[in-house]
Design a protein around this ligand. Sequence first.
Ligand code: IPM
Ligand code: MG
Length: 350
Amino acid sequence: MKTWHIASIPGDGIGIEVIAEGVKLLEELARREGGFRVEFTRFDWGSERYLETEQYMPVDALDQLKAFDAILFGAVGSPRVPDHISLWGLRLPICQGFDQYANVRPSRVLPGVESPLRNGHEIDWVIVRENTEGEYSGSGGRVHRGLPEEIATETSVFTRAGVERVHRFAFELARKRKRKHLTLVTKSNAQRHGMVLWDEVFYEVAGNYPDVRTDRVLVDAVTTRMVLKPALLDTIVASNLHADILSDLAAALSGSLGIAPTANLNPERKFPSMFEPIHGSAFDITGKGIANPIATFWTVSMMLEHLGEPRAAARVMQAIESVTSRRIFTPDLGGTARTADVTAAVIGAL
Ligand code: IPM
Ligand code: MG
């Protein structure tokens, strides 16, 4: 029988709480499903380790992770460490080092969940976020620190190869969806170099996908479309920062940040891909036992899909939806259930 070797990196805050639930769910599922086994190896990399050793992860971290079939990641971020240090200490080196250039962020209003939008049931989107370059390339610097003439630069780096591969990925994904519709989101009216390259390459790639309908919306305008005309959107492709912002909006419109999952994919499978809930470490609710595990469960379903276990992936989604339709909700969704209650209900529904 196939054994999937999964690296778990719970990280910080509620990341530790929800990943424990995800592991529980997946072990239980493997037991019931019977077609595969899972074996988790846990890595205690996070802000505690940083505060003790000044390193989020060991120097050979990527070598250690390379052999795994996938990575299940919780969250990184601590009130005791500046956010740019934690992010660049753990999550970004993995995304960039493993060339996980396609960040996939689905959103949908699950049964029983209330959207702040009247027509929220129309939301069925997948945002494809470029995940290795652009505004997050880390290129730039500070000169004359602390002096009145100090300057800082933050350079977005867009490569033709990087743009082309994420567009190709987005077209492939759009093609597999019912509506086969892909919206290109840029800001090429104001950002006249990198974003114009995005537009040009998009239409070059589009030539190979005559079956996918496309349109192009500027990033500011697409926020109004998301709120007012959700049905006009299906698959969306955008740069690292733009898609970061849009995916938080998408999560809020679909009911809660506590349900939104994400996959950081290396589509060529040269390196392991990484799966994580998008909510972050949420220190305000850490340790209270009320973190919503649904985002992690949905994330686990995406991981199973990627591993080639579509039946198990669908089974997890069905169990999630059966629990949300019964409104067994943690406080972020307006309920009083605790993390453990939601997990027990989802496992019960498997
Ligand atoms: C996300 C998060 C991260 C990002 C933060 C934690 C830096 O907001 O995954 O969307 O911006 O990439
Ligand atoms: Mg974000």
